[in-house]
Design a protein around this ligand. Structure first.
Ligand code: ADP
Ligand code: MG
Length: 356
């Protein structure tokens, strides 16, 4: 048996469903095991049910049906504070009028602990996130990175088994975001806790996750390591959502080919006999630094003004410099069978049958 299925699950969702209103549920009978001590990212477009899933795990949203286990304990109907989870919110949501220390100690005050113990535990945690020397500062006197560490300490003070993060980085500027991302990953490894992080950013999920869970319309389209999901997208939705892939209709069905695996040749060139191919026209050329991204349309299709390129090819800057292809150029797109991955119909097609 593969190690993945035998590793203890910190969280196990079974047929978890949330129905806000009649019709298709916001979260539709999802099954998911999240390994203990792993970094899991829930990824998908806006409205696909990520936050609802996270809020049901946190106990901030009731469950319509299905169950949630945490360390094999059924927490489906427990109040939020009794679950062993803690939440870190977007832009950290620190209390502006409280010091870092009081922000961290806040939930212990709610639990009725005495001041001396609250402060001792908060000081200890601030020390662990390298913020002990700034304990008396207010959030406005801290950098974005320092605020994130205070927010982390505040979430950890209740000694959760699982930390839940809902788009914690999405309000930050790109530079700070990638810095904070690295720091979150480092803290997760250092603490050995299970993190479940909701994001709509493919890049963020790929950078952070041990397990990436791609959702769409309330169902899970694919779960796997970033490498598995990126290299073997299960279906057309995942291939298109992850980006960097071409979805190509072949006689054998839809296949996915990575933009950096699709190759270009002059229209008149002889290709290897077994190469799969298509006649195409270059519609745009985008310089991206180390790479050049070419957009193409299949030859013979009428282009309208707002058509986006149907296919994309990523060439290294050196390869493009050696053999540039201008806009309007007729070319052959080709790929080897080994670089084309069959795409299944989306997971939703199966559930749509039940809805009808
Ligand atoms: P995501 O976090 O992936 O953007 P959400 O889980 O917030 O998605 O929302 C999933 C769906 O449920 C959306 O269609 C949204 O409009 C709906 N929804 C979310 N929260 C509520 C609510 N409190 N009441 C009714 N509908 C909601
Ligand atoms: Mg959300």
């Amino acid at each position: 048996m593969p190690a993945q299925t035998t590793a203890p699950a910190a969280i196990e969702l079974s047929a978890l469903t949330k129905r806000y209103a009649p019709g298709k549920p916001a979260v539709d009978a999802i099954d998911l095991r999240i390994a203990s001590g792993s970094y899991c990212c829930l990824l998908g477009p806006s409205g696909c049910g990520k936050s609802t899933t996270l809020r049901m795990i946190a106990g901030h949203e009731s469950v319509s049906s299905g169950s949630i286990l945490l360390d094999e304990r059924d927490i489906t109907d427990l109040p939020a504070a009794a679950r062993g989870t803690a939440m870190m919110f977007q832009s950290f949501a620190l209390f502006p009028h409280l010091s870092a220390l009081d922000n961290v100690a806040f939930s212990l005050k709610m639990q009725g602990l005495g001041r001396a113990e609250r402060q001792a535990r908060a000081r200890d945690l601030l020390g662990r996130v390298a913020m002990g020397h700034l304990a008396e500062r207010k959030p406005a006197q801290l950098s974005g990175g320092q605020q994130q560490r205070v927010a982390l300490a505040r979430a950890l003070i209740t000694r959760p088994r699982v930390l839940l993060l809902d788009e914690p980085l999405s309000a930050l500027d790109p530079f700070l975001r990638s810095q904070m991302r690295a720091e979150l990953r480092r803290w997760q490894q250092e603490l050995g806790l299970t993190f479940i992080h909701v994001t709509h950013s493919q890049q963020e999920a790929m950078a952070l996750a041990d397990t990436m869970v791609v959702m769409n319309h309330g169902v899970i389209e694919q779960a796997g390591t970033p490498h598995e999901v990126y290299n073997r997208p299960a279906n057309e939705f995942v291939a298109r959502f992850m980006g960097g892939h071409n979805v190509i209709d072949t006689p054998a069905g839809l296949v996915g080919v990575r933009a950096d695996h699709l190759q270009l040749a002059p229209a008149e060139a002889d290709l290897p006999r077994d190469a799969q191919r298509m006649q195409a026209v270059v519609t745009d050329v985008e310089y991206q630094g180390s790479h050049v991204l070419l957009g193409l349309q299949q030859q013979g299709l009428a282009l309208s003004a707002n058509d986006t390129a149907a296919y994309s090819v990523m060439l290294s800057e050196a390869a493009f410099a050696a053999r540039p292809y201008p806009v309007g150029q007729a070319v052959q797109l080709h790929w080897s069978a080994g670089q084309a991955h069959p795409l299944r119909p989306p997971a939703r097609a199966a559930t749509a049958l039940h809805d009808a």
